[in-house]
Ligand binder design. Structure first.
Ligand code: ZN
Length: 148
């Protein structure tokens, strides 16, 4: 596999034009995550509405193209969804990234996130791609604690 296939057009497009970038208010909970092996950092906020839907995901991210593109893809994938559906996508993405290139991913579930299938062949990059999703999971977990 050539290295440039790691940086698919979809990934580069999201990296250059990050959807939903910037920290916004109001928000329900926030999570900060760091990937020390690559130096990626993300601060991610979720705004959960009264019906348990993710009204917004906002973030500030620094680091490699993969991690930042992943945050942008995440924003597009989960905004407007019930938390339960967002977690189904999170699980599917996690499984894809653990597949070491054996899984092409289901575009019906993952949307643009299937573009990261090739990244799963590179263990060091897998952490970059998963970082925003770890932040999402953590932020949603925290938001449950707040509303309880
Ligand atoms: Zn990275």
């Amino acid at each position: 596999m050539r290295l440039d296939s790691l940086y698919q057009d979809v990934i580069m497009d999201h990296y250059r034009r990050r959807r939903g970038h910037g920290l916004r208010e109001p928000f329900t909970a926030e999570s900060c995550q760091v990937n020390p092996t690559c130096g990626d950092e993300i601060r991610l906020r979720v705004a959960v509405d009264g019906q348990g839907r993710i009204a917004d995901v906002s973030y500030e991210a620094a680091g490699c193209a993969i991690s930042q593109a992943s945050a942008s893809v995440l924003h597009d994938a989960v905004c407007g969804l019930p938390q339960s559906e967002a977690m189904i996508i999170e699980s599917a993405f996690h499984a894809l990234m653990q597949s070491r290139g054996t899984d092409a991913g289901d575009p019906e579930v993952l949307g643009d996130a299937v573009a990261f299938a090739g990244v799963s062949r590179y263990p060091a990059r897998v952490k970059c791609a998963l970082l925003p999703w770890m932040a999402l999971k953590d932020a949603l977990h925290r938001s449950e604690g707040i509303s309880r």
